[in-house]
Ligand binder design. Structure first.
Ligand code: SF4
Ligand code: SF4
Ligand code: FES
Length: 279
């Protein structure tokens, strides 16, 4: 028996490779490169990882695969992989997104996919940031203050339209992507003076609640810095829950603040009658 010539072997390899590629293409396999931020405490750089991508994969799947195959020390945060826990926020190709809801087939196939941590919060490691500032902001907003019950059995009567109006705000998953993109926090670092779009949504949910009687307009104007928002709508564009942050939450809150604090007649009435929620 004679050994195959090198030309024969090379043809066999080419044929095998072509067959494998055809099979991969048939089942939706392809190779993708991910440019992932690695480092700690704000220091670091991008590193490239190439991995196999399959039909239906999201960015989080690819990063898990990279963790399993090449970088077991890659730090990232996730919980549900269903767009509901708000943990996997990052910047993908420069845009704030949830890693578990960003499909690879939405991203250009001919260039690396960049994945970096949110920039508005202190960097911890790799893709993980410290978002605890948000949890310190929330308790400073006057909590839900319901009016007395409407009926002797302790129940209330509300108009369904008023219930529907605040329902949208309750979809928030606290991913903080809106906080990440807002220039007041991201570029101007006004974390001590401005609560950011997420908490303006939260304040709107309370202010517009049909049972709530607290008036948050003074704190919105003074402690919570609503005046810093110049309605750029960047927050609305990145919200994965599709909450119309600017038009439905922030603008109505700004109108309430203006009514209460810049309308001389209302300001006088307010002074005479004490705190009263606008209608
Ligand atoms: S609309 Fe206001 S809160 Fe939203 S991103 Fe722009 S400045 Fe920030
Ligand atoms: S309002 Fe939207 S973008 Fe902002 S934290 Fe909630 S879900 Fe995330
Ligand atoms: S892992 Fe929960 S929102 Fe992405």
């Amino acid at each position: 028996m004679t050994a195959p010539s090198s030309t024969t072997t090379s043809h066999a390899v080419d044929a095998y490779t072509a067959a494998q590629q055809a099979q991969d293409a048939a089942v939706g396999h392809s190779s993708r490169t991910f440019r992932v931020w690695r480092g700690a405490n704000g220091e670091g750089d991008f590193r490239d990882y190439t991995t196999e991508a399959m039909d239906g994969m999201v960015v989080l799947d690819a990063l898990h695969q990279i963790q399993a195959e090449q970088a077991p020390d890659l730090a990232l945060r996730w919980n549900c992989k269903a767009g509901k826990c708000g943990s996997c926020s990052a910047e993908i190709n420069g845009k704030p997104k949830l890693m578990c809801m960003t499909r690879l087939d939405e991203l250009p196939a001919d260039e690396p996919v960049s994945v970096e941590p949110m920039r508005t919060f202190p960097h911890v490691r790799d893709l993980v940031t410290d978002v605890s500032w948000n949890f310190r902001v929330k308790p400073n907003i006057t909590r839900f203050t319901p009016r007395a019950p409407d009926a002797p059995d302790g129940t209330w009567r509300v108009d369904q339209r008023d219930v529907d109006r605040v329902q949208e705000f309750r979809k928030c998953i606290e991913c903080f992507l809106c906080q990440d993109v807002c220039h007041v926090l991201r570029d101007h670092h006004k974390h001590d003076e401005f609560i950011g779009p997420r908490f303006l949504v939260y304040a709107a949910a309370l202010e517009m609640h049909p049972l709530d009687v607290a008036d948050r307009t003074t704190q919105l104007k003074e402690a919570h810095g609503i005046g810093y928002c110049n309605i750029t709508k960047c927050c609305t564009k990145v919200c994965p829950e599709g909450i119309t942050i600017t038009d439905n939450a922030i603008i109505p809150l700004k109108e309430r603040v203006a009514d209460q604090h810049f309308d001389p007649l209302r300001a006088l009435v307010r002074l005479v009658r004490g705190k009263k929620k606008p209608g």
